[in-house]
Design a protein around this ligand. Sequence first.
Ligand SMILES: [Zn+2]
Ligand SMILES: [Zn+2]
Length: 127
Amino acid sequence: MKYRLMDLLACPICKKFPLLLLVFAELKLQPPRSTRKCELYCAYHNSRIFDLQNPDCVTCYTKEISSGMLICDGCGRWYPIEEEIPRLLPDELRKFNEDVEFLRKWKEKIPEKVLKEGKPFSLKEQV
Ligand SMILES: [Zn+2]
Ligand SMILES: [Zn+2]
């Protein structure tokens, strides 16, 4: 997914916007032909557009996040980004084993709070 997408994504459960983005791995893309800008929130600059002096959103369109995590500080949920796809699924469609495996895989890069208290699954039982 592109940084750009963060300007559009809200938590599917509690609707909180913006979500917090953690990037674990990214790819570089060709720059887009036209320069567009994020409209409300720019994840690359981690700021609302209103607060940016001179928003340069070229980077938002030229990087593809291949692995990462979206965190909602409204309800405490986290969502994986895998193979460039953010998976914003409701709790009942998530798989415990896959989620725990994802947390283990990126453990070093995930905040303590998410590892221990993240919803719907955490490593609480394991660590
Ligand atoms: Zn931007
Ligand atoms: Zn939420």
